[in-house]
Design a binder for this molecule. Structure first.
Ligand code: SF4
Length: 140
């Protein structure tokens, strides 16, 4: 394992983007970052800028309004980059699926590396999804 890969697996920086969900998933992700669940013990840090982030954590479905912004944020991230779809909305668009302004899940517009099911997923499930992504990066 080279130095860059070692650094990426030991301390992936994440950026969170809500594409238009109900905020339930955001609350659970925020809970995962608090000292109670302590996502930082894996070296995971929440970043404000896509230019500094390795992993894009998306909550909510892809809406007509946000689609271009989501793609732009992804394009601003440096390579190699990864995407986690968090919650049922981000996975498939449900329960907003087939609304007039909803395209569907995140994988319609971005390559998704990990899916965290649930409505909303518990903090433990989010931590599990991120640690599985880290295992995947190690194997790449
Ligand atoms: S998956 Fe559930 S909790 Fe999460 S944004 Fe969608 S409706 Fe809200």
């Amino acid at each position: 394992m080279n130095l860059f890969k070692w650094a990426r697996t030991k301390s992936p920086w994440i950026i969170h983007f809500n594409t238009g969900g109900c905020n339930g998933c955001d609350i659970e992700l925020t809970a995962a970052l608090t000292p109670r669940f302590d996502l930082e013990r894996f070296g995971i840090l929440l970043e404000g800028s896509p230019r500094h982030a390795d992993v894009l954590v998306v909550t909510g479905p892809v809406t007509l309004q946000v689609k271009d912004r989501l793609v732009r944020i992804y394009e601003q991230m440096p390579e190699p980059k990864h995407v986690i779809a968090t919650g049922t909305c981000a996975i498939s668009g449900a329960p907003f699926k087939e609304c007039y302004n909803v395209h569907g899940g995140i994988d319609i517009v971005l390559p998704v590396d990990a899916y965290v099911p649930g409505c909303p997923p518990k903090p433990e499930a989010i931590i599990d999804g991120i640690s599985k992504l880290i295992q995947k990066i190690k194997k790449e």
